[in-house]
Design a protein. Sequence first.
Length: 388
Amino acid sequence: MNTPVTSRRSLLKFGAAAAPLAALGLALPGVGTARAATAPNGATLRMPAEDGRHVRTFMAWPALRSVWSYDLAAVRRDIANVAYEISRYEPVVVLARPEQAADARYYCGSGAYHRIDVETIANDDLWIRDFGPTFVVAPGAVAGVDTNFNGWGKTGTTYYQPYQNDAVAAEELLYRYGVNRIKAGFVGEGGSLETDGEGTLLATESSLVNPNRNPGMSRGQVEQELKYALGQDKVIWVPGLAGQDITDCHIDCLARFTAPGKVLLDKPGPDTDPKWVAVYEETKRLLQSATDARGRRLQITELPGPDKKLIRGSGKEFLSSYTNYYTVNGAVIAPQFGDRYADGLAYAILQGAYPDRRVVQLNIDGIASGGGGIHCATQSQPVVPPAY
């Protein structure tokens, strides 16, 4: 286990001196800590929509054969392919254990192809969306929210996997990049947070209002901490489903904002377990009656999933969700599952939702076999809005 970074240095108070330097990308002697999403000038630091401009994308190199077994090589190839494709549009930084950094550089083509760098920060798995920082911005300022990753609350269950390095990676990453740190007042993951960038957050109760993350906290208490740390005005809750996958049903596999007031909803494909069909139906019903932080009714577009029978080697944990796509500067990076009709339909729907971007579909069967997707394997650092 890594020594927590807090024991190796003194942390700066989150204050006026630190944020402007971080906003300019300059190194700081430490990172600030706070719970409130407020910039030094008093502006609210807010989690932006993912489709805004990015400084870079963070990814992580799959580290443990004990987690992936004989699939590790295939998963690493998928991660390298995703990193390569993203690097055509924006810089990529891949976190890797020091002893695995050379392999990560070799497979990702660091320095040989596009803009891919490997940062030696110890990690346990590839799901940086969940254990990495969630960035918040205001005019002239940026901070990273550390959501206190606890391995999805799976200690003592069959889903447990090592997460000691992942648990401190967000703090170390923010320190390396000179970005102030906000320590959230809740336990959660980046995949459980979906925002329109205008103060509306989508979330599942199953992944946040859950004693395996936030024991003793009511939905109202969790909601207040979400608003506080992420600068949100309203949370639209859907029930989700606890205990049936490692994440307890993250929102980023279920519903995504494509613009304020517009949501893509994952519609299960043929041969989907009825319990997940029920999750979709309940989510659709609730979203149809919901309004966002500005009082708008939501426009819902369904994104049908593939027929699992047409996906080679897909098992119980395989994530066959097109909704787990990732937006980059000028493109949408989305999965492709081998169901030609569903892949084509997903391409058309995503292109319609993002007409000014190129839709790029990739085979990620290795990653998907572990219950995640492209969005789960990426985390964006947004461009800081200009100061007033």
